[in-house]
Design a protein around this ligand. Structure first.
Ligand SMILES: [Zn+2]
Length: 458
């Protein structure tokens, strides 16, 4: 292993240059952005795969989706096969004036590399490409079989991944899936994610009048739509921070035993947490006080109002607003049925409209949560590999966000273990401006991958 590890050290600066080049491609997968950069980033990925010695490298197309990039190395007879997943698409850059250096001209400042997509998720893709390269260039072979799947529409919800899977299942067949797109609890603290929340959302639309009217002449008996909407939104949670929708927690798996113990022993510093979220000095933490902050983020449902459409303040006159709408989302947790949760949310928003207003509710997404029992050979192997790579005991964590395809992807191969690892940290600002990658952790992640490939997964 020594010479393989040395290969990573020796070539690390080149890997940083390659990531810099990869991240100059503005491969934004959102509607309204050009499709060419996604093809370019797919081609870049494929070229890199071929360069390091992967085989059957190909851009696979599903109509309407950016290219999927696959490639494999399957010569470790008798050894298991890893499906290495990452994505080459990125979030939109956001507000250019907020970036300290341009989003698509990555810049190294201190030990971090700044640029859109550097941590989410181009570093995830390159981490494994670097680790595979290290093996193939030093030993000429890998101790495990690998299949790469680098997709191009993760940031917009992996809409075509199901179809892709049905069409190309044979090319992805594996014993263990490794998804490198999640977070570490802290810088330098390797973390394995074993649970994700799901998500339901809906739009609620309120109409009280067929046109705006003078608030002096009619105000009092004539209710404005924005006040009605506010009343509806305020009903969503109890003063104690619980979701107020009846039976909403039906089926939810309780947090008990070892899991509860683990949650309690994770390092947590409230001041640091408030700093990380950019809280104003007077802010208090919200939600259900009887649960720890990690439990609130990973294991409890949470509602958020994502946006409201109503007249802009600048353009208001003394008129009673006749119409308003809002988008509401609720993160759901393991055991809860997404479709049922969505139906319950919609029914709750539509029920008993204040002042008899017209309320229309439009159901949106219903993404499933995911949770595994992180025990067994594959998880033990991952924890050992992370420990060796980072030189520190790894932690098992949840993630409050959603990756809807983890469940179907693992189920497609008979419920194979899924190892969720990644490079995001509390300071990386993924999806925001000044996204960054902490380079020392990237290197440690590569080393962990070397150890992981050498593990016995049986
Ligand atoms: Zn990502």
């Amino acid at each position: 292993m020594k010479n393989i590890l040395e290969y990573i050290h020796k070539h690390f600066e080149r890997f940083v240059r390659e990531l810099t080049e990869y991240a100059t491609i503005p491969s934004v997968s959102f509607p309204g952005y050009p499709a060419e950069p996604l093809v370019e980033s797919a081609r870049w990925t494929a070229r890199k795969m071929k360069e390091i010695g992967l085989e059957h490298v190909e851009l696979l197309e599903i109509p309407g989706a950016p290219p999927f990039v696959v490639g494999d190395w399957l010569h470790a007879a008798g050894a298991p096969t890893l499906l290495l997943y990452a994505h080459h698409d990125v979030q939109p850059p956001g507000r250019p004036e907020k970036w300290q250096s341009p989003a698509f001209a990555p810049e190294r400042r201190g030990e971090r590399l700044y640029g859109r997509g550097v941590v989410d998720d181009k570093a995830g893709a390159l981490l494994h490409l670097a680790a595979v390269e290290a093996y193939l260039k030093t030993e000429g072979k890998l101790p495990v079989n690998v299949r790469f799947l680098i997709e191009g529409e993760e940031e917009t919800g992996s809409e075509h991944l199901g179809k892709f899977l049905r069409q190309y299942r044979d090319r992805l067949q594996a014993d263990v899936m490794v998804l490198t797109d999640t977070a570490n609890l802290d810088v330098g603290l390797p973390s394995l994610t074993y649970r994700l929340r799901g998500l339901v959302d809906a739009m609620v639309e309120v109409r009280t009048l067929d046109h705006p009217i003078h608030s002096g002449m009619w105000g009092g008996p004539a209710p404005d739509a924005l006040s009605v909407l506010n009343k509806i939104l305020a009903r969503l949670t109890t003063p104690e921070g619980k979701i107020a929708i009846p039976d909403f927690e039906e089926g939810m798996l309780p947090v008990e035993g070892r899991e509860r113990e683990r949650l309690c022993t994770l390092p947590f510093d409230e001041k640091k947490f408030l700093r990380e979220i950019g809280a104003v000095p007077s802010l208090r933490l919200a939600g259900e006080e009887e649960f720890s902050v990690y439990e609130r983020i990973w294991c409890r449902p949470a509602a958020a109002i994502l946006g409201i459409d109503a007249p802009q303040v600048e353009k208001t006159s003394n008129q009673i607003v006749e119409w308003a709408r809002a988008k509401v989302s609720i993160r759901i947790v393991s055991g809860m049925n997404p479709q049922k949760s969505l139906e319950r949310l919609c029914a709750f928003l539509a029920k008993d409209p204040p002042d008899g207003a017209e309320v229309a509710v439009h159901p949106g997404a219903a993404g499933n949560p995911w949770k595994v029992d992180p025990s067994g050979a594959a998880y033990d192997a991952a924890l050992r590999a992370l420990k060796k790579g980072f030189g520190r005991d790894p932690v098992l964590i949840g993630c409050g966000g959603s990756i809807p395809f983890v469940e179907p992807l693992t189920q497609a191969f008979g419920g194979i273990p899924a190892l969720l690892i990644g490079l995001e940290d509390p300071y990386c600002n993924a999806h925001g401006e000044n996204e960054s990658l902490y380079l020392p952790d990237w290197k440690k992640g590569m080393e962990a991958a070397l150890w992981l490939y050498a593990e016995n997964f049986k």
